[in-house]
Design a protein around this ligand. Structure first.
Ligand SMILES: Cc1cc2nc3c(=O)[nH]c(=O)nc-3n(C[C@H](O)[C@H](O)[C@H](O)COP(=O)(O)O)c2cc1C
Length: 235
C-alpha cells in the first residue's frame, strides 16, 4: 500500500474504519518487527503515581487496586477545522478525572522518543508505526500491575486505533485475569478499534464497556466521566 498523507480532516473523517483498513493492508496483526519491539523498560513500583481521592466522593478510594494507565500527547492537535495547542493532552485530563474519582493510581506511558510536536508530522509517524506494527519503546519503568484488579487503559485514537506504544504497554505487563476498561479521547471515532484490539491482545482478561469523549469536549466532561467510572468500579 503506497503511503498516502491524509489531511487533518481526512484523518478524522476516516474514523474508526481507517485503522482496521490500515492494519489489514499492512499486516497489522502480524509479528512485531524485531528492531522496534519490546518494552525495554524494567518493571518498578515507582512508576505509578498515587492520586488523592476527591474528598466529597470517596468512592473506591484507598483500595489501591485500581490503576489508570494511559498515553496522551500534548502539543499541536486538530480541533474542529483548525488546530489547538495543548499544554496537557486530552486523554491525560480524562485519566485524571477517573483516577481522582476512584482514588486510583496512575501510570502515564511516556515514549522514549517523543512524537513530533506538529500535528501533521505526528500523523505521519503514527501511520508509519501502524504500517510497521511497531512497538515504540517506553521511557519510564513499567508498573507492577500484580496488585491491581481493575485496570483502565486510555489513549487518543490515532488512525482509528490506539497509538502503537499502547501495544508496547499492554504486551509488557501481565494483565491476565484483570478487569480492563478502555477509554479514549478522539476527534470523531469514539472508541475506534481500541476495545477489540485490547481484547485480542489480552484474551484472558475480563473487559467492561469502555467510554469515549471527544477531545475538544473533555474539559466539560468531568461529571459524566466520573459518573461512568464510579458506575463501573462500584458495581
Ligand atoms: C496522529 C493522530 C491521529 C489521529 N487520528 C484520529 C482518528 O483516526 N480518529 C479520530 O477521531 N481522532 C483522531 N485524532 C484526534 C485525537 O484522537 C484527539 O484529538 C485526541 O483527543 C487527542 O488526545 P491526546 O491529547 O490525549 O493525545 C488523531 C490525532 C493524532 C495526533
Amino acid at each position: 500500500m503506497t503511503k498516502r498523507k491524509m489531511t487533518r480532516r481526512g484523518v478524522l473523517a476516516a474514523g474508526a474504519t481507517v485503522g482496521a483498513m490500515l492494519l489489514a493492508a499492512c499486516g497489522g496483526s502480524g509479528e512485531p518487527e524485531s528492531d522496534e519491539t519490546g518494552a525495554e523498560a524494567p518493571v518498578e513500583e515507582d512508576a505509578i503515581t498515587e492520586t488523592p481521592a476527591a474528598e466529597e466522593e470517596p468512592g473506591a478510594a484507598g483500595t489501591g487496586k485500581i490503576l489508570v494507565a494511559y498515553y496522551s500527547r500534548a502539543d499541536e492537535n486538530y480541533a474542529d477545522g483548525g488546530t489547538e495547542w495543548l499544554e496537557v493532552g486530552h486523554t491525560k485530563v480524562m485519566a485524571g478525572y477517573i483516577a481522582e474519582a476512584l482514588g486510583a493510581d496512575q501510570y502515564e506511558i511516556v515514549p522514549a522518543e517523543a512524537y513530533p510536536e506538529g500535528y501533521d508530522d505526528c500523523c505521519d509517524v503514527a501511520l508509519e508505526e501502524q504500517r510497521n506494527d511497531a512497538r515504540p519503546t517506553i521511557a519510564n519503568p513499567l508498573p507492577d500491575v500484580s496488585g491491581y484488579d481493575l485496570v483502565f487503559i486510555g489513549c487518543p485514537i490515532w488512525w482509528g486505533d490506539e497509538p502503537m506504544i499502547v501495544r508496547t504497554f499492554v504486551e509488557g505487563v501481565d494483565l491476565a485475569g484483570k478487569t480492563i476498561v478502555p477509554f479514549t479521547t478522539h476527534g470523531g471515532s469514539g472508541l475506534g478499534s481500541v476495545p477489540a484490539n485490547l481484547q485480542a491482545a489480552v484474551p484472558d482478561a475480563r473487559f467492561l464497556d469502555g467510554y469515549a469523549v471527544a477531545g475538544t469536549a473533555v474539559d466539560g466532561a468531568h461529571d459524566e466521566v466520573v459518573d461512568w467510572a464510579k458506575g463501573l468500579a462500584l458495581a
